[in-house]
Design a protein around this ligand. Structure first.
Ligand code: GTP
Ligand code: MG
Length: 432
C-alpha cells in the first residue's frame, strides 16, 4: 500500500481510483434518498476517479466500522474487484472507524471532511487561505495521526505542508500542537489586518454574496462590478474574499464581496479557520443568497446555506434571494413552482444577463431603506456646498426660503459624520 511505504506523492498524470460510499443515516427523512452525485463531484474535483459506488440505509452506526459487518464485507469484495487506491465515505468517520476500515479493506480510507480539505488545499492561493486550510488539516489529522500522515503528505497545490509531510515519522503530537499554535498566531495577525481593512470600509454599504458552491456567485460578482474574479465549473473555485465597488449603472457607492461557497457537511475546523474570511460576510449590511435553480437539490442547498448562516450568526442580516442560471432550466414549470414557493426571489441569468437590472434595482431599494432622513438649513452664502453634499448623500428636496435653504436629505451610514466634517471645514477657514 502506498501510504504505508512512505509519503504518498501525488502526480498530475496518475489517476487515483476511488470507491464511493454513501449511507442514509438513522433519522434522515430527506425525500431524495441516497445520492452520491455531490460526493462524485467532490471526488472528481479532487482528481480522483470514482470507479464504483456503494450505498446503505443504516439503522445504527457501527462504532467500530461505521457500516454493518455485511456491508463491510461487500465493500471488501468491491475493493478486491476494483483495486482502488482509496475508499471515500460521504460522512465523517471517527479516528477509530477510519483505522478499522483501513485494516479490513487494506486500502486508504478517507471521509468527506478530509476530501473537502484536500480540495481546499489544492485551491488555496493566498497566504491567508493557505494558513487557514493548513490549520484545519492539522486539527483534523491530530487525532488520526497514525494513518493520516500518509494523506497529509500529498503535496498538492503548494499548500506549505512540505516540511510537515516530509518529516512525518519524526513528528509527534506535541510538535503538531506547536505547529497549530504557530498557525493560530499567524491567523490572528492576518485577522487583525483584515479588521483594519474592514474598519476603513465601515461607512460604506456592504453587500455580500453567499450561497452553495458552484451556483454562480463569482459570475454575479463579475456582472455587477465588472471585476474579473475566477469563474470555474468546479466546486470551491473561490476561497479568498474579493471586495469590489459596484459602480456599473449604480447610483450609490456599494461594496460587494464574493467569498467561499458553502457545502453540506462542511468540516467544522474549516468553518472555524475561515472565520476571518467569513467575517467579510458577517460585516455585511445585505446578503445576496445565490441559488442554482437548475440543480435538482437546490432546496436542500438553500437549507444548508441558511443553516450555516444561522451557525455563523448572520441570520439577522437582510437577504435578497436570487435564482440564477434560469437560461438552463429545462422545464419552465419547475421555475414557476420555485417562484411560487419563494415569491421574493429574483430570477436571473449571469449568462444572458436576464434579471440583472431588477436585481440592481432591488439592491438600490435595500440601500435606500438604510438611509437616514435628515434636514439641514444652509445659509444662501453656503449654496456652493450643495454639490459637495450630493457626492455622498441623496438630496430629496431643496427648498429655497427667504432666509435659508432647507435641504431634505437621505444619508448613508457615516453620512452624518461626513456632513459635520464638511460644515466644520467651512466654519474654520484654517482647515480648508
Ligand atoms: N448556464 C449558466 N451557467 C452559469 C450561470 N452563472 C454561472 N454559471 C456557471 O456556473 C459555474 C460556476 O460559476 P461560479 O461563478 O464560479 O460559481 P461560484 O458560486 O462562485 O462557485 P465557487 O466559487 O466554486 O463556490 C461556471 O461554470 C459558470 O460559468 C448562468 O447564469 N447560467
Ligand atoms: Mg466563486
Amino acid at each position: 500500500m502506498k501510504q504505508e511505504s512512505g509519503p504518498f506523492t501525488y502526480s498530475e498524470s496518475s489517476t487515483t481510483k476511488a470507491i464511493l460510499v454513501g449511507v442514509r443515516l438513522p433519522g434522515d427523512i430527506s425525500p431524495t434518498g441516497i445520492s452520491l452525485e455531490e460526493l462524485n463531484g467532490l471526488a472528481i474535483t479532487a482528481e480522483y476517479e470514482p470507479v464504483a459506488e456503494l450505498t446503505q440505509k443504516l439503522s445504527e452506526i457501527n462504532t467500530k466500522t461505521f457500516l454493518g459487518s455485511g456491508k463491510v464485507e461487500e465493500l471488501k469484495q468491491a475493493t478486491l474487484h476494483h483495486s482502488p487506491e482509496v475508499v471515500i465515505f460521504d460522512e465523517e468517520l471517527s479516528p477509530r472507524q477510519n483505522r478499522e476500515l483501513e485494516k479490513v479493506l487494506k486500502c486508504r480510507v478517507i471521509d468527506r471532511p478530509w476530501l473537502i480539505l484536500e480540495i481546499f488545499s489544492d485551491h488555496a492561493r493566498t497566504r491567508e487561505a493557505k494558513t487557514q486550510v493548513e490549520l484545519a488539516r492539522l486539527k483534523y489529522a491530530l487525532p488520526r495521526l497514525t494513518k493520516m500522515w500518509g494523506h497529509l503528505s500529498r503535496q498538492r497545490g503548494g499548500i506549505g505542508m512540505k516540511d510537515v509531510g516530509e518529516t512525518q515519522i519524526q513528528l509527534d503530537q506535541r510538535m503538531i500542537r506547536n505547529e497549530i499554535n504557530k498557525l493560530e498566531k499567524k491567523l490572528k495577525l492576518i485577522d487583525k489586518e483584515r479588521k483594519t481593512q474592514r474598519k476603513s470600509r465601515q461607512n460604506l454599504f456592504k453587500v455580500a454574496l453567499v450561497g452553495y458552491t458552484n451556483v454562480g456567485k463569482s459570475s454575479l460578482m463579475n456582472k455587477l462590478t465588472g471585476a474579473n474574479t475566477l469563474v470555474e465549473n468546479k466546486l470551491f473555485a473561490t476561497l479568498d474574499p474579493t471586495v469590489r465597488k459596484i459602480k456599473k449603472n449604480f447610483p450609490y457607492p456599494v461594496l460587494l464581496s464574493d467569498t467561499v461557497g458553502l457545502i453540506n457537511k462542511l468540516p467544522h475546523d474549516l468553518v472555524a479557520s475561515f472565520k476571518s474570511t467569513l467575517d467579510e460576510v458577517r460585516d455585511a449590511d445585505l446578503l445576496i443568497h445565490v441559488v442554482d435553480i437548475c440543480h435538482f437539490e437546490y432546496q436542500s442547498q438553500m437549507e444548508t446555506t441558511d443553516d450555516l448562516l444561522v451557525q455563523m450568526g448572520m441570520d439577522e442580516i437582510d437577504v435578497i434571494l436570487v435564482f440564477n442560471k434560469i437560461d438552463s432550466i429545462e422545464d419552465i414549470e419547475d421555475l414557476e413552482k420555485a417562484q411560487e414557493k419563494f415569491p421574493s426571489a429574483i430570477s436571473i441569468s449571469c449568462k444572458t444577463e436576464v434579471g440583472i437590472d431588477s436585481l440592481r434595482q432591488k439592491i438600490v431599494t435595500q440601500y435606500e431603506k438604510n438611509l437616514e432622513h435628515f434636514q439641514l438649513n444652509l445659509e444662501h452664502s453656503q449654496a456652493g456646498l450643495i454639490s459637495k453634499i450630493r457626492k455622498f448623500a441623496l438630496i430629496t428636496q431643496e427648498d429655497y426660503k427667504e432666509d435659508c435653504i432647507l435641504l431634505t436629505l437621505k444619508l448613508p451610514p457615516g453620512g452624518k459624520t461626513k456632513l459635520n466634517n464638511l460644515l466644520a471645514s467651512q466654519e474654520t477657514p484654517a482647515n480648508n
